[in-house]
Ligand binder design. Structure first.
Ligand code: HEC
Length: 159
């Protein structure tokens, strides 16, 4: 049998199994005082451990360990693990958002406001320099080229 039981010192887990006399050799010493070796009786006395029969359950072997300490330890490590997990997620989220804002949102917003100004006829709007060689940088370069072309086309129309 395996189970839990409440003790004054807290819950404990136990495993209990019967001690059954399955081996006839046990009975040379445990069947009766008369049969048992005399030296054994002399040493241990005739009171206990005799009169057993084959396949009889003569006792129980019980191992019991307190559960509160391991449970506390497990829940503490679980809490530490979860806290660390949440902290890592939050940190990654913050860093990721910051990176996206720095690398994508800010230059695209500036470029779009510049494009707005040019589209409203403000040809003197400054060149856009994203300062990077990534996709945003390419976009800025394309935008600057397009603006130069638009400016030249407008001049040709004016003439
Ligand atoms: C050579 C003799 C001998 C044989 C064979 C023997 N025992 Fe024992 N047994 C003893 C003695 C002597 C004690 C008492 C030991 C003590 O009190 O320190 C004892 C004690 C025990 C006890 C504890 C009994 C109590 O009330 O505390 C159990 C259980 C037990 N034996 C089971 C067995 C089983 C099962 C076998 C067969 C696999 C077996 N014994 C074979 C001599 C023997």
């Amino acid at each position: 049998m395996i189970g839990e039981r409440d003790t004054p010192t807290g819950t404990s887990l136990y495993i209990a199994r019967p001690l059954r006399i399955s081996n006839p050799a046990c009975l040379t010493c445990h069947s009766s005082v008369e049969v048992a070796p005399k030296t054994l009786v002399d040493r241990y006395g005739p009171a206990n451990g005799f009169g057993w029969n084959l396949n009889e359950v003569v006792g129980a072997q019980i191992v019991s360990v307190p559960m509160d300490v391991p449970l506390q330890r497990a829940s503490r490590s679980f809490n530490v693990f979860m806290t660390a997990q949440v902290a890592v997620f939050v940190a990654v989220g913050v860093v990721l958002n910051l990176m996206i804002w720095l690398v994508i949102v800010r230059p695209v917003t500036r470029l779009s406001s510049l494009a707005d100004r040019v589209s409203q006829g403000e040809m003197e709007a400054p060149e856009f320099d994203s300062g990077s060689k990534d996709e945003i940088g390419n976009l800025a370069a394309s935008f600057n080229r397009m603006r130069t072309s638009v400016v030249q086309a407008m001049r040709m129309l004016d003439n």
